[in-house]
Structures are given as structure tokens and as C-alpha cells.
Design a protein around this ligand. Structure first.
Ligand code: NAI
Length: 282
């Protein structure tokens, strides 16, 4: 018995890296998998059918069921075509993983508008369009569903040289929280993953040299958990994984401080009471 027996999973950008590891694990757990990938280079240029096709072959070679899809997540037509491919091949969608991504790192002062747009388009707009298309299909089915988005430490905490990517990933956090609230009544959970793994996206960063435990295979079980019945009713969480470490990101609202007479604060008072305004208790 597999955790995902009888279930259908769509994974965007599953032709390599983290998405591929997720696709293999879901298939191993009995899911029928739609492997979506546009087959672009790390910066979003180019296009190839082979990454998605290769992962489908791998899954079939291991006795699993999968089909490839080569549409882009960046247009409503593309998102709809991925839904249609899943419904045509397997009749339904139970879990949707928004994983597709590109990188165009520049510091803020050097960031070209085109590099801002391209990164926001794939990560944030792609996640919006796919979440909307997937949720509509899940609501038509009437049995709930699970959506797993992919954010990043960059989006949650910020990172030098990644203004576009961090903004997109922080946007995915906000989208995840709001979609989680709105789709609760349809029994659709929406959570996000914040992975760290050595892939073509990160292999030139020093932290990944000589670190054999930061693999996509360490990340995949977190996606499986959030995309499986084991997730239960949990929604709006950001589950983070880096090698053997499993943790979570939470936005913290401090208790703050009330001004005695209910009057507006002055700027000087804010300066004077800064520590008690921002202090996290406990
Ligand atoms: P990757 O580059 O190996 O995988 C991304 C895949 O998305 C590629 O196969 C690419 O062809 C596909 N893709 C790009 N644009 C697409 C589009 N418009 N439509 C469909 N597919 C498209 O990179 P990796 O590392 O596996 O990244 C997967 C996700 O994890 C991304 O969202 C990334 O931002 C996120 N992430 C990765 C981290 C890491 O440490 N590797 C850290 C934090 C987040």
C-alpha cells in the first residue's frame, strides 16, 4: 500500500532538481504523476521537451504511472493545458505542486526591469495561475485537494542579490496564506515548502560544495507530507527542509505596547520605546 495510491499529482518544473525528486517519490508512493516542465535554462531561456520526458521514462521504468506536459506555467492557457493533460490522462487532480522556477540574480541597483518581470512571472504569476486552475478543478471534483507551493529562505528572510526572486517568493508566501484561508471551505489545503538543496539552481554557491546531505531527495518527503492525506487539515504553513533538518517559518506579530491615554504615538515616543514595541515574548 502506498501513501498516494489512487491519487493524481501534478508537479510543475518536475524535469529536474527538486521537482524530479518529488515526482519520483510520489510515483513510488502509488500516485499517478503529471510531470510538467518547459525545459528551460536556469535563467528561463530556451525550451526542451526532454527533461519532462526523461522523468516520465524514469518513473515508468520503475513501474510507476506518469505522463509528460510541456506547457508554461506563466499563462492562463498554459495552466489550463496542464490541468487538461491531467484530466485527460488520469481523470482528476488530487495534489498540485507549484515548483517551477528560474533565477536571474542581480543586486537591486543593477537589476534590469526584464529580469524583474521574468522572475516574477514564472514564480509568482505562475503560482497564482496554476493555483487558480488547480483549485477550480478540485472544486469541480468536490472532494477537496492539496496545493503545495514553493517559497524560499530568500522570500522569508531576504538575500543579497535576489531582489526579484525574494519578492516573488515572499509573494508566494502571501498567496499561500490567502489561498489557504479562501479554499478552506472547499477542503483544499494550501501550504508552502521552503527547500534548500543542491541543484543546477544552487550548485555554484559555496554552501553546497562538500555537502552531500543537501539533496533534492531530502526535500521530497516534505512535499509528499504536505501533498498527502498525512497533512490532514493543516493549511497556510511554510515547511522548511535543508538536508536532515526539518523546520518551519512563521511570521511573528509582537505583543507591542499600548500608549496609556489611547492617543496617537509620536515619532519620538516610538524611538524611545522601540525595544518594547519589537520584542518577541516567550
Ligand atoms: P531547477 O532549475 O532544477 O528546476 C526548476 C525547473 O522549473 C526546471 O526544470 C525548469 O525547466 C522548470 N521551469 C522553469 N520555468 C518554467 C515554466 N515557465 N513552466 C514550466 N516549467 C518551468 O531548480 P530547483 O532547485 O529544483 O528549484 C525548484 C524550486 O525550488 C524552484 O521554485 C526554486 O525557486 C525553489 N527553491 C530551490 C532552492 C534550492 O536550494 N535548490 C531553494 C529555495 C527554493
Amino acid at each position: 500500500m502506498g501513501l498516494m495510491d489512487g491519487k493524481v499529482v501534478v508537479i510543475t518544473g518536475a524535469g529536474g532538481g527538486i521537482g524530479r525528486a518529488e515526482a519520483l517519490l510520489f510515483a513510488q508512493e502509488g500516485a499517478r504523476v503529471v510531470v510538467n516542465d518547459l525545459g528551460v535554462d536556469r535563467d528561463g531561456t530556451g525550451r526542451s521537451a526532454s527533461p519532462a520526458d526523461r522523468v516520465v521514462e524514469e518513473i515508468r521504468g520503475l513501474g510507476g504511472e506518469a505522463v509528460a506536459n510541456h506547457d508554461s506555467v506563466t499563462t492562463a492557457e498554459g495552466a489550463q493545458a496542464i490541468v487538461a493533460a491531467a484530466v485527460e490522462a488520469f481523470g482528476r487532480i488530487d495534489t498540485w505542486i507549484n515548483n517551477a522556477g528560474i533565477l536571474r540574480d542581480r543586486t537591486l541597483l543593477k537589476l534590469a526591469e526584464a529580469d524583474w518581470d521574468a522572475v516574477l512571472e514564472v514564480h509568482l504569476k505562475g503560482t497564482f495561475l496554476c493555483t487558480q486552475a488547480a483549485a477550480r478543478q478540485m472544486i469541480r471534483q468536490g472532494e477537496g485537494g492539496r496545493i503545495v507551493n514553493t517559497t524560499s529562505i530568500s522570500g522569508m528572510l531576504g538575500n543579497f542579490g535576489q531582489a526579484n526572486y525574494a519578492a516573488a517568493k515572499a509573494g508566494i508566501y502571501g498567496l499561500t496564506r490567502t489561498a489557504g484561508i479562501e479554499l478552506q471551505k472547499h477542503r483544499i489545503t494550501v501550504n508552502a515548502l521552503a527547500p534548500i538543496a543542491r541543484t543546477r539552481m544552487t550548485e555554484d554557491l559555496p554552501m553546497f560544495h562538500n555537502n552531500s546531505s543537501l539533496t533534492p531527495e531530502h526535500v521530497a518527503p516534505a512535499a509528499l507530507f504536505l501533498g498527502s492525506p498525512l497533512c490532514g487539515e493543516r493549511t497556510g504553513y511554510v515547511l522548511a527542509v535543508a538536508g536532515a533538518r526539518m523546520y518551519a517559518y512563521k511570521v511573528v506579530e509582537t505583543e507591542g505596547k499600548f500608549k496609556d491615554n489611547n492617543q496617537p504615538w509620536t515619532a519620538q515616543e516610538i524611538a524611545d520605546h522601540w525595544e518594547s514595541i519589537v520584542r518577541v515574548r516567550g
